[in-house]
Design a binder for this molecule. Structure first.
Ligand SMILES: Nc1ncnc2c1ncn2[C@@H]1O[C@H](COP(=O)(O)OP(=O)(O)OP(=O)(O)O)[C@@H](O)[C@H]1O
Ligand SMILES: [Mg+2]
Length: 277
């Protein structure tokens, strides 16, 4: 496909009983980039995500994937087309091992259905590919551990591995580092960078250090509409962005994991960063 933009929304609107949660959003995600959607609490990020992945139906507007109108397609159809939300299809089975989880995901892709319970032999044939995926996300040494026993950050890595088993062209991540400690944040950020080498990523992320580190393009939402867009330097220097975040400063959760750490941002950006958390 030669379309510059893998995903586009045109005049996207979502109303909830007269309240406009998403207000005329024209989003363009360029192929091969990491694109972040940020904004203060209640800005409409999750609603936009839910519209993109068909958890919600738009009140008005259009969605295009590789130039094709997908406004009326359901979530299974768009997943088959290559647009996958990390936790949408890749539910991790807690009592299966790490390796078994990835094998199941591979089997699911192959059969294109949720009836993946096949003979043990066939699942074994997928071991090589499964191990390769586990290596990609740094989980090879955990292959025989039960998913439930993994540390939190590693669970997210497993979730990403099971998503990669579906070989998505566009990966949608909703707050990939949410609730993580500093070390896990770095691991997952590195993983996203690695994964992005071969695909496009659109993510909602609250940790602005991660956003600054990873994103080629950042779209800032405020009250359902796009406030501004650009690279991190441009967006974080925009006084309107800082103002938008300041307005919600009192609502910030006291979560150390998302505090800016080891930041080399200048002080103005750190102010914006802190306010965003
Ligand atoms: N199902 C719903 N019915 C009514 N209002 C809703 C519904 N879902 C979301 N909203 C409202 O739409 C607005 C946007 O919510 P949304 O969850 O998309 O924001 P967000 O940017 O993801 O916020 P956060 O950073 O807190 O996750 C909020 O005012 C919210 O209360
Ligand atoms: Mg949200």
């Amino acid at each position: 496909m030669s379309h510059d933009y893998i995903l586009e929304t045109r005049g996207l609107i979502k109303e909830f009983k007269g309240f406009t949660a998403v207000d005329d959003v024209n989003l363009k995600v360029r192929r091969g980039t990491i694109h972040a959607l940020i904004g203060p609490n209640g800005a409409g990020k999750t609603t936009v995500f839910n519209l993109l992945t068909k958890f919600l139906t738009p009140s008005r507007g259009q969605l295009l994937y590789n130039g094709k109108d997908i406004t009326r397609d359901d979530s299974a159809t768009i997943a088959r087309m290559g647009m996958v939300r990390s936790f949408q299809i890749s539910a991790v089975f807690p009592h299966l091992t790490v390796l078994e989880n990835v094998r199941v995901a591979l089997q699911r892709k192959r059969n294109d259905s949720f009836f993946f319970w096949r003979s043990e032999k066939k699942l074994d044939a997928m071991n090589d590919r499964a191990m390769e995926l586990l290596e990609n996300v740094g989980l090879e040494e955990f292959c025989n551990a039960r998913a439930v026993d993994l540390p939190y950050g590693r669970k997210r890595s497993l979730e990403i591995a099971t998503t990669l088993a579906l070989d998505p062209e566009l990966l949608l991540l909703d707050e990939p580092t949410q609730g993580m400690g500093h070390e896990d944040v770095s691991v997952v950020a590195e993983l996203i960078k690695e994964v992005a080498k071969e695909r496009t990523i659109l993510m909602v992320e609250h940790n602005l250090n991660v956003v600054a580190d990873l994103s080629d393009t950042i779209t800032v939402l405020q009250r359902g509409a796009i406030l501004t867009e650009g690279d991190y330097a441009t967006v974080s220097a925009d006084p309107r962005v800082r103002e938008a975040y300041m307005g919600v400063e009192a609502d910030q959760p006291a979560n150390d994991a998302t505090q800016p750490q080891d930041s080399d941002l200048d002080s103005d950006k750190v102010v914006a960063s802190e306010a965003a958390l």
